[in-house]
Ligand binder design. Sequence first.
Ligand code: FAD
Length: 442
Amino acid sequence: MKVTVVGAGLVGCLLTCYLARRGHEVTLYERRADPRRAGAERGRSINLALSERGLDALRRVGLDQRVLEGALPMPGRMMHAVDGGLTFQHYSADGRRAINSISRGDLNGILLDAAEAMPGVEVRFDHRLTGLDENTGRLTFETASGPVEVDKAQVVLGADGAFSAVRTHMQWRPGFDFSQSYLDYGYKELTIPARDGDYAFDPGALHIWPRGSSMMIALPNPGGSFTCTLFWPKSGPGSFADLDTPVKVKEHFTRHYPDAYAVMPDLLDDYEHNPVGHLVTVRCSPWHIAGSETVVGLVGDAAHAIVPFYGQGANCGFEDCVELDRCLGEKGDDFAAALALFEQRRKRNADTIADLALDNFIEMRDRVASKAFLARTKVEHALERALPGRYMSRYELVSFSTVPYADIQPRINRQRTGVAAAAAGVLAAGALAVRSLVRSRR
Ligand code: FAD
């Protein structure tokens, strides 16, 4: 089949690799210039935490090792208290499993190289999709030399992100459900540079400054720097709107993030010039429509954008590629049938991780600092060690497994019931033992 993929971001590139491997001819259109030459926009380099779902998808096309070469493992989270106190906590019970910090630009570059190297793939940069007739498959792109029309794509897959142009065209169809909801929070990127080539903080952790109603995180980069992200309210006290002068920013950082402030020489410049990004959750259905001459579908953020607090958006989008490939295999590469099956299997999972990601914001900015949270995690890790493979925490199931997101809560409920039953059994056995001991003493 001749397949058009719109969007050469993370998911569009990986999907192209999977489709080309199945023998399809793929043309990949991207509105930006080639990011390998143009570099990232200021304040938009945001690095990613790549975990098992994403790695599994990369492994299946032989890209995992190449990606991991440029990544830094983060086996735990490091919480920074206002007084500079540090608390480290492993993500996994054995302390060995890690999420991986990787630059978005580097990852995109590796995936673009891989997609371009596949037979039957053509990549066209500086092509912004502006028109799509979902009946005929006629596409219009805005280019530097004016609009360009492309005739009759048999299959169009929108991998064009949270504000997808492909999805916008599908939305005109009656019966298309769509919702987008913004958090009252925005995000801004800052940097902690290397100090004489060394890291200011431990590079083997995802750093969190939980401050109740807001937070900052930092992920390490090769070379000694950290990329930080502020997640602050957009308005009200302590918000981006409120902290609008260098004096206020400096005062706020010295009060709430003193250890970070001490190692951020570029803070005021970064703060002033880096944009505030928006955090959006997008849900829609159906994810595909079959016109008279073409099939149009959505994958990745275009189908299900989520907030970043579980570090799963790209991981989930990569998992989409695995599932769509599987569905195409099962349906003999009939795209309409495969896309229908894909949505049937993936939608509930995408909805679940969207909810988990929203919940995890409260956990990260507030609960991770509490004694109750630390104690609960210790108990969970003890249970995981005592019942290997049979008890896994929610975090481990999300980040270190490929158990479908929607199956995680039912599994946790079963685990809890099992543990409660075992505990009741132990108590009952204990009571019996005490009773017989008392009797024997009499
Ligand atoms: P995108 O990466 O948005 O790519 C879409 C591509 O389509 C872009 O290249 C864009 O230029 C192109 N495009 C858009 N419109 C058009 C058009 N009209 N015509 C042609 N091309 C077009 N995920 C994780 O897994 N782990 C993390 O730790 C993590 N951290 C994050 C932190 C932040 C602050 C944010 C905002 C997100 C984070 N994510 C994380 C989510 C992750 O970035 C996204 O889920 C992922 O990038 C989605 O990939 P995508 O290819 O679907 O969309």
